[in-house]
Design a protein around this ligand. Structure first.
Ligand code: ZN
Ligand code: FE
Length: 267
């Protein structure tokens, strides 16, 4: 297993991913394909920081991919479009709420941008038009505010049932897929996860790793889907182990999901 370096993953595919911390706890990612000299950014929390990082690497910007319409994901769209002439992509359901949008996408749509293959996965719940972007060759998925490490987004527009369905779509991707999410919320998510799933030894181990990473000022993401499957309670609501520790054996996955999402809101 090659070690995971958040600055540089998926190099065998010729694709380089650079995760950028922005604002107080946001992440966005630059994706660069070397042979076709194509560069994308997923979400734009901070146009100036994105521009600085592009210029530092000598990359121009060809496309902006939008996960959802919240301001901390679209704030830099127009400024970047003006500077680089890039095309802005986002979900059809949100086209009126995404500034500068040029191209709309739907669930399951395949995109080829330069030589980068992208699959759109509609994931309503946090917002109704939320989409995730899966790059199979780079073994990476960009989950915005749908899935965080050890957590998931709040239900601002959709239902718990929709969100659970969305999370199952992410859960069914190949296990080695690396999850790039929209925020560094892992440490506080870990406290809640450990509270409701206290017997999970892999989660306890992950919690210690998270403490070490954060004390060293390092990001806790990207994280492998396999590790999330083992530790993220929002991915585990249909498993006996979690249902038993919540005394909810026999309840449906949707009911357990709705229950723990409510608990987390009040935690
Ligand atoms: Zn959001
Ligand atoms: Fe956000």
């Amino acid at each position: 297993m090659p070690s995971v370096n958040p600055e540089n993953s998926g190099t065998e595919s010729g694709i380089e991913i650079v995760q950028l911390p922005c604002l107080s706890d946001n992440y966005c990612s630059l994706v660069h394909h070397h042979d076709s000299d194509t560069t994308l950014v997923i979400d734009t929390p901070d146009a100036e920081e994105i521009t600085r990082q592009l210029e530092y690497r000598g990359w121009s910007l060809d496309y902006v991919l939008t996960t959802h319409h919240h301001w901390d994901h679209i704030d830099g769209h127009e400024q970047l479009k003006e500077k680089f002439g890039c095309k802005i992509i986002g979900s059809l359901a949100d086209h009126e709420r995404i500034p500068g949008i040029d191209l709309t996408v739907n669930d399951d749509q395949q995109l080829q941008l330069g030589d980068i293959n992208i699959q759109v996965i509609a994931t309503p719940g946090h917002t109704l038009g939320h989409v995730c972007y899966w790059l199979p060759e780079a073994e990476a998925v960009f989950t915005g505010d749908t899935l965080f490490s050890l957590g998931c987004g709040r239900l601002f527009e959709g239902t718990a049932e929709q969100m659970w369905h969305s999370i199952q779509k992410i859960r069914s991707l190949p296990q080695q897929t690396m999850i790039y999410c929209g925020h560094e919320y892992t440490a506080s998510n870990a406290k809640f996860a450990a509270h409701i799933d206290p017997e999970n030894t892999r989660l306890q181990q992950r919690q210690m790793e998270i403490t070490e990473l954060r004390e060293a000022g390092l990001p806790t993401v990207p994280v492998s889907l396999k590790l999330e499957q083992e530790t993220n309670p929002f991915m585990r609501v249909d498993l006996q182990a979690l249902q038993q520790s919540l005394s909810l054996s026999g309840y449906s996955a949707e009911q357990v999901f709705a229950h723990i999402r409510k608990l987390k809101d009040q935690f």
